[in-house]
Design a protein around this ligand. Sequence first.
Ligand code: ZN
Length: 461
Amino acid sequence: MRQLLLIPLVLSTCFAADNLPPPADRLLARAIFKQLIEIKSGFTTGSTTPVAEAIAARLKAAGFPAVDIFVGGAAPHKANLVVRYHGSGAHKPLLLLAHSDVVEAKREDWSMEPFLFTERDGYFYGRGTSDDKAQAAVWIANLIRYKREGFKPNRDIIVAITADEEGGGPFNGADWLIKNHRALIDADFCLNEGGWGEMSNGRHISNDVQVSEKFVANFRLEVHNRGGHSSMPIADNAAYHLAAALDRLAHYAFPIRTNEVTRAYAERMAKIQTGSLADDFRKAATGDPDALQRIANANPAWNATLRTTCVATQLEGGHAMNALPQLAAATVNCRILPDDTVENVQSTLERVLADKEVKIKIIGEVQHGPASPLRPDLMSALNRTTDSLWPSVPVLPIMVPGATDGLYFRAAGIPTYGVQGFFMERDDVRAHGRDERMPINSFYEGQTFLYQLVKTLSSSQ
Ligand SMILES: [Zn+2]
C-alpha cells in the first residue's frame, strides 16, 4: 500500500551527518531491527509473541520497570507489547504504534533468505524491513535513548508493537488492545506507519504524513450449481456465471471523488509541479473532472487515491476434472474512500456483476475510521523537524489507498497519523513483495527524524 507521486521539481539538500544519533544508538537500532527481522512473524505461519518478548527483555535490560511493560494478546502466539515511558503528565499521552507481524515470504520467491537480515549494496534486506519492523525497532531504540539521556517528556510516551496488522481478524493487536486494555494505550493521538518519505533517483521529494486512509471490505462471490457430468455440458455453468460477472467488474471503474485531504494535497502539488501537470493539479484541487481523470490515468496509485476500487483477488471452484462445477467462488477486495459506504459499494457490485446467480456477501467485520484532523501542534512539529533535517523538503498530507491499524484507533477516537521519515524510492516499493528492503541511510535518517519529532511533541513548544 503505497501512494506514488509524480515527480515534483524540488531539489533537496543532503541530510547532514552530524544530525544522526550517536553511534551506540544507531548500533542499538540496527541490532533490534536485525533481531526483529529474524523472528518469523508471518501472520499465518509465524508468531508475534517472540517479538514482544525480545523487546520486553531489551527494555528490562535498559532499566524499564516490569510494571510499565505489558505483554499479552488475543492468543498465546499473538502477543503484543506495550511500554510506557512516564512524563510529567501535563498532557495526555502520545502513542507510538508499529506492527510486529509481516506478510508471508517464501524462500523460493526471494533471491535470498527472507528471514535473514542481510546488508548489501546500501540496503537492509529481509521481510519486514520496510513494513513495519524498521519503525518498531526505531520506536524502541529511541525510547531506550530517551531514558538513558534522562529526557523528561511533558506527557507519557507509550509504544505499542502489535500483532496481525497484515492478517487482521481475531488476533489483531490494535483492535484487541482497544477493546481489552484501553487504559494501556489511551492517548491524545497516535503516530503509526502509513506515511513516509518519497525519493526519486536519490533526491528527497516530500515527507508524506498520512491523515486519512481508505478502508477495506472483502466480498465473497458464490455461484452454486447442481453440476453434472462434464461429458454433457450445459450452458448454466457456475464457472461461466462467475467469469462473466468478474469480466464486467474488470471493466467497471467507480466514480472519481475528492475529499479534504486529496484536495489539500492537489493544491500543494500544484505549487511544486511544473507545466501541464501543475495545471492539472490546480484544476483537480477545484474538482475539475477532466483534470482529475488525467491524474487518475497517470498511474495506478493516483487512480486508487481518487476512487473506490474493487478487484478480484482469489478464485476457487470445481471438485473434479470431469465434473461440472457445483461451486465457483471469488474474493473481491474493495478499498473504499473514507466518505463512501459499504452499502453503496455492495449495491454497486450487485448492479455491475448483474447476475442474480452470483451471490454476494461481505466477509468479516469492516472497520471504518474518520480522517484525523490536521492538528496545528503536530503539523508545526512535522514541518520544523522535516525542514531542519531535509531543508526545502515539504510535508505533504496524504490519504493512502491501503489500510493500516490506524483505522481502529481513529474509530476509537484517537487521531492517528502515518509518519515515518524513512525515505524510499517511489519506484522501488517492495512491501509485501520480493526482496523487501530499506535503504540503510533512510533507516538512520528515519531514526533521527522520529527521535526529534517525538521529543518536540512531548516538550513545551
Ligand atoms: Zn504495515
